[in-house]
Design a protein around this ligand. Structure first.
Ligand code: GCW
Length: 837
């Protein structure tokens, strides 16, 4: 072993041990908790004391450092590091090649492909050795993480003979980081890569991020927004990018970047960016050469073109394939790849034309180009034909490119699924997508096989997850949301793993092995997507959020009557997009026959996609045995009840989970429980008014325990209407705009007893208003409206519920809420709801 390797292993080890103690959420699933259980410890009693690294490379050093760190953490032992196989038991790390050289008598496992590994407990010269052999260096690193995962899961490591290969070559994350340090659709703080148009000086977090990614087999990271800044290719920027690549390299994560298609003109000074112009091609080649000189293991480019205002080949009447290929050819000599976003659609479509349909766009744009893309190019296709909704059918384009490489785009950052303030664990959704049989050519062609390249024998393919981690200590802004990052990586590596297994692994590694903790956290995770869909947009309606702004709270009508094409076509009689081939937009005809036949038929179309595929009256009877309208009411009420249970389940873990994570998660789940009621009421009120059909159970529109703020006795507060109306109870709220403090009060008319008070207010991000609640002269609670919500006005994004439990009330008590505005936050109040305990 060279001194350099030893030093770097020690730096990795001790540098990280300090951080490990400092924060648990930062370490996510790589906590390496000490194993206290003696019977489990006994499983590892005979773990060799020596680790041998046969290769001299940053990746294998990182692997060795990680092994030391993990064993130190879990078993409290520091392994000895050596360069030659000693005359004692040892753990041997190296590529298959090096293992063969060091110990030819050890029959290496056959069948390894790039990045694959072999874990083997064997006898050698009378000693026990534990081999971690990789097909390449990255495989060694993945093998170490797999071994440590076994320890973390308290699994046996003797006997041991495991061969693992990645399911697909491309296992990337995309970050949508802007060079100013903001992150498009990021919900966890500022960029860990950029600030002020430059790469940040301290790239420790970039390295730690790469370590997290590597631990689940992710081998590439595109660091900037697909809405790319041309500066990414500026000559002074390339050396800065090289520093990020340096931070990634020990973890086998290749850097890639999104580029602006007009760069040859805007950055390169040419008078064109026509992909078929020889000067443009030469410019891209020279740029790629320059990048590879600075970053020899550079992954490639990602391109979003002719989409959402980005320029593209259409400027010159060229095709997407022309655009992709000019970049691909520049990367090809260096082994780089070009990923072309399939997310291309017209966002100025005429909504009055019932035949128009955004869902058709990806297929219509790309299917005719099948076979025209370079061998080192892939089209990256979002899982659904619209845009990361709570539920969508699988994109038909996935089944329609037999002669083109593809990657499947999933979204880890929860843009349309609660933005990490709602628990919405997406692995069950992703499993459904990956397992969905597109029935191409009448065969068994699940999405996972298609996108990995297996079905059509493509050399390139895989999974890409839009991650958008940020500088928040917990990476995604919510400890539980990290299961989505973990699960994405595991599925990209091994899509046949069950949601159950992935969830259990993540839970044990993140929170330990207390059976109650494991059960509770797994239940929360595994139920959360179904519940989220239930109180947002069921029956294939999409999330029903405000699509024109934050994509967060309820905003049903924003989908309609504009060019964006997320229409749900709701009127007084019925709802849903008719996408049939027979009478609708023809979208369903983009699927292979067996799938098309299922969706085309009202009888066979599953309820959960009915309104995506068909327009039906509200009184249409579902397979579920109720009408569409009643299903909408029931789903929202039932799911909101379930969301109320989430914080209660979690609270049973007090004392079993460390305080900081316990508290952070309670706060989020309580917020979610309140916001689920906002969603429920907004959607049910809207459909009640639109359909004119009342809820058979009498709930929608009736709130017996609620006192509207606008009906209270106000001092300083003034009544304002809220837009959209359904986001406030009664369509109105009160705001305190011209006084230092305002109050709203009412007389409690119920019987004496114990009550919970729910105060519904609006928390905007332009200030932090204060609230105080009094019963008679006695203050019973106070808080600040200082949550980070994507809202500057009173609406469904800012609507927040504060619950005060266990208050003794007597008839004729005066309940008074005092609001103290701050900055642009007018302490707006919606209602108070009083529930008997
Ligand atoms: O989901 C939408 C987002 C945009 C995003 C776009 C895309 C980066 O709302 O913010 O732009 O998709 O995927 O390109």
């Amino acid at each position: 072993m060279t001194r350099r390797i030893l030093v770097s292993i020690l730096v990795l080890l001790f540098g990280s041990v300090c951080r490990l103690r400092a924060a648990t959420e930062y370490d996510a699933w790589l906590r390496y908790e000490p194993i206290e259980d003696q019977s489990v410890k006994a499983l590892y009693e005979r773990l060799p004391a020596v680790v041998v690294t046969l290769d001299d490379s940053p990746v294998v050093s990182a692997a060795a450092g990680e092994l030391l760190r993990g064993v130190r953490g879990m078993l409290g032992r520091t392994l000895r590091v050596e360069a030659k196989v000693p005359a004692e038991d040892s753990i041997v790390l190296g590529t298959v090649e090096s293992v063969k050289r060091a110990a030819p008598e050890l029959a290496a496992a056959g069948g390894l492909i790039a990045d694959g590994f072999w874990l083997k407990a064997a006898a050698f010269n009378g000693h026990r050795i534990l081999i971690v052999a990789g097909q390449n260096e990255r495989g060694v690193l993945y093998g170490v993480f797999a071994l440590l995962r076994k320890l973390g899961l308290h699994a046996r490591i003797d006997p041991l003979d495991d061969v693992e290969n990645p399911y697909a070559p491309v296992r990337w994350v995309n970050q949508w980081d802007n060079l100013d340090g903001s992150i498009e659709r990021g919900y966890a703080g500022r960029s860990i890569f950029f600030e002020n148009d430059n790469v940040v000086a301290d790239l420790t977090r970039a390295g730690d991020y790469a370590r997290l990614l590597a631990s689940v087999g992710i081998d590439g990271c595109t660091v900037n927004n697909v809405n790319a800044n041309a500066r990414m290719l500026a000559p002074d920027f390339v050396p800065q990018l090289a520093k990020i690549a340096d931070a990634f390299r020990p973890w086998g994560v290749r850097l890639s970047i999104a580029v602006d298609f007009a760069s040859p003109k805007t950055m390169g000074g040419l008078d064109t960016f026509d992909p078929l112009d020889a000067r443009v091609a030469a410019w891209w080649r020279a740029k790629a050469d320059e990048i590879y000189r600075a970053i020899p293991d550079f992954g490639g480019f990602v391109l979003k073109a002719d989409s959402e205002g980005r320029v593209g080949p259409s400027v010159y009447g060229r095709t997407h394939a022309d655009a992709a290929n000019v970049l691909a050819q520049a990367l090809q000599p260096h082994g780089g790849i070009l990923i072309y976003r399939g997310f291309v659609y017209n966002h100025h479509m005429d909504w009055r034309d019932l035949k128009n349909d955004r869902a058709r766009a990806a297929y219509d744009n790309f299917q005719p180009l099948d076979g025209k893309f370079a061998a080192n190019a892939a089209v990256q296709i979002k899982y659904g034909p619209i845009d990361f909704q709570a539920r969508e059918p699988v994109s038909p384009l996935l089944g329609a490119l037999e002669h083109t490489n593809k990657t499947l785009e999933l979204q880890i950052t929860q843009e349309y699924t609660g933005q990490q303030r709602h628990l919405c664990y997406l692995v069950p959704m992703w499993k459904q997508i990956l397992d969905f049989n597109l029935g191409v050519n009448g065969g068994d062609t699940p999405v996972k096989e298609i996108v990995s390249g297996r079905t059509f024998h493509r050399g390139l393919g895989g999974l890409v997850g839009v991650a958008n981690v940020g500088a928040d200590p917990s990476w995604l802004g919510d400890d539980l949301a990290m299961a989505n990052l973990y699960g994405f990586g595991r599925l990209a590596w091994a899509p046949d793993l069950s949601a159950q297994q992935i969830t259990e692994e993540w839970t044990r590694l993140t929170f330990g092995h207390d059976a109650r903790v494991v059960d509770t956290v797994m239940n929360l995770q595994l139920e959360s997507w179904r519940v989220y869909e239930g109180y947002t947009g069921p029956l294939g309606l999409g999330t029903l959020t405000d699509i024109l702004h934050g994509h967060y709270g309820p905003g049903i009508e924003t989908a309609e009557r504009n060019g964006w094409g997320q229409w749900i076509r709701a009127d007084h009689n019925g709802i849903g997009m008719d996408r049939t081939a027979a009478t609708g937009t023809g979208y369903i005809g983009q699927y292979a026959a067996p799938v098309a036949a299922m969706y085309e038929s009202l009888e066979r179309c599953p309820d959960n996609l009915l309104l995506f595929m068909h327009h039906v009256p509200y009184t249409y009877e579902l397979h579920a045995g109720k009408t569409v309208i009643q299903y909408i009411y029931d789903s929202h009420y039932d799911a909101a009840v379930e969301a109320q249970q989430f914080p209660e389940w979690w609270k049973t873990l007090r004392g079993r989970v460390d305080e900081p994570r316990y508290e952070a998660v309670v706060a989020l789940l309580e917020y979610q429980a309140g916001h689920a009621i906002v969603w429920r009421d907004a959607i049910c009120s809207w459909f009640l008014r639109m359909s004119g059909i009342s809820d058979a159970q009498g709930r929608a529109g009736h709130f017996p325990n609620r006192t509207e703020a606008e009906a209270m006795q106000l001092s300083g507060y003034a009544v304002e209407s809220v837009t959209p109306w359904e986001d406030a109870s009664g369509g109105e709220a009160v705001a305190c705009r011209s006084a230092k403090s305002c109050s709203a009060q009412f007389v409690f008319e119920g019987a004496a007893g114990w009550y919970d008070l729910n105060v519904q207010y609006f928390d905007v991000n332009t200030g932090a208003a204060g609230f105080k609640v009094y019963v008679g002269a006695q203050q019973v609670d106070q808080w600040k409206a200082d949550a980070r919500l994507p809202a500057t006005a009173a609406n469904g994004d800012s609507a927040t519920r504060h619950r005060i439990t266990g208050v003794a009330l007597r008839a004729k008590d005066v309940i008074r809420i005092e609001g103290i505005p701050d900055g642009g936050d007018a302490a707006a109040l919606d209602y108070v709801e009083i529930e008997r305990q």
